[in-house]
Design a protein around this ligand. Structure first.
Ligand SMILES: NC(=O)C1=CN([C@@H]2O[C@H](COP(=O)(O)OP(=O)(O)OC[C@H]3O[C@@H](n4cnc5c(N)ncnc54)[C@H](OP(=O)(O)O)[C@@H]3O)[C@@H](O)[C@H]2O)C=CC1
Ligand SMILES: O=C(O)[C@@H]1CCC=N1
Length: 265
């Protein structure tokens, strides 16, 4: 049985905990969680998921995996406290922060750098993963199965994780923003909020499932919606006029650049 310790108990840690507990990857009480000071939050996580809050290093001496989930700018203060756990596999979900940051404290240990997203909460994360050279095949299999418990995982070169962050790490927020915009537009054009929300959410869900289940090209599916001289053509034309593709590129590029900056900070 594996024992996991989460260092950091914020949104991302909770999303992973929810996915791991739901999928019974390890028993909930084998998941140890700590944070900086928010006791109330640890108590809530314990009540909601059955995980074990901890404050003392002695509680996690025999831990198999340590998942670091603090903010990137908190990690240099946090890492030295965990140097005395030489057998644990290190997993980081920190945006931007390179594997080498962890290797300065854990020079001989396996390190996996993962970029998940908050859809982990329902087992639907799209995660990227990169490894250091110390990861054994067995550790790779186990960490991969852990990350697969929260969704799909794609192995990439470490440098590519910045782009993965700009695409899928931050991606759920873009989709929520898109829904907010669709909803606001539909209300301005005459629908009530409940109706607008219901139709917008199902439209996103249906389109995502169509892409996933039919495996057809997005352009093919788009063309099938677009009758010549019809309503969709008019809508898409307005998007093009307003630089839709350039806007999305600027969005992904800005998030990628921020990831690179966070890694250098
Ligand atoms: N949110 C997201 O969608 C995603 C986030 N990430 C990455 O996940 C990481 C966490 O993000 P997120 O969950 O949103 O951030 P939060 O601010 O929600 O969580 C940060 C956590 O770190 C804890 N913490 C701070 N200092 C320490 C310390 N010294 N020792 C132990 N714990 C500490 C905080 O504790 P306290 O509350 O007590 O201060 C808090 O629980 C980031 O690095 C981010 O880049 C990656 C992918 C997606
Ligand atoms: O906004 C952030 O920095 C984090 C990383 C990816 C998603 N949220």
């Amino acid at each position: 049985m594996k024992k996991i310790a989460f260092i950091g108990a914020g949104s991302m840690a909770e999303a992973i905990i929810a996915g791991v507990v739901k999928n019974e990857v390890v028993p909930a009480d084998a998941i140890y969680v700590t944070n900086h000071s928010n006791e109330e939050r640890l108590t809530r996580l314990h009540k909601q998921y059955g995980v074990t809050p901890f404050r003392e290093m002695t509680d996690i001496q025999d831990v198999d995996v340590i998942i670091f989930a603090t903010k990137p700018n908190q990690i240099t203060d946090v890492l030295p406290q965990y140097a005395a756990l030489p057998n644990a596999v290190i997993v980081s979900v920190l945006a931007g922060t390179p594997i080498s940051t962890f290797e300065t404290i854990f020079p001989n240990q396996a390190v996996a750098r993962v970029m998940p997203n908050t859809s982990a909460t329902i087992g639907e994360s799209a995660s990227g993963i990169a490894w250091n050279t110390k990861v054994t095949d067995e550790a790779k299999r186990w960490v991969t199965s852990l990350v697969e418990a929260i969704g799909i995982v794609q192995e990439v070169e470490e440098e590519q994780l910045h782009t993965v962050t700009g695409l899928s790490g931050s991606g759920p927020a873009y989709v929520y923003f898109f829904v907010e915009a669709l909803e606001a537009a539909a209300i301005r054009e005459g629908l009530d909020q409940t109706t607008a929300r219901k139709l917008a959410v199902q439209t996103i869900k249906g389109a995502a499932l169509m892409l996933d289940e039919t495996r057809e090209e997005p352009a093919t599916l788009r063309e099938r919606v677009t009758s010549p001289n019809g309503t969709t053509a008019a809508g898409l034309e307005a998007l093009r006029e307003h630089q839709f593709e350039q806007t999305i590129h600027a969005c992904v590029r800005a998030a990628k650049q921020r990831s690179i900056e966070l890694g250098k900070a």
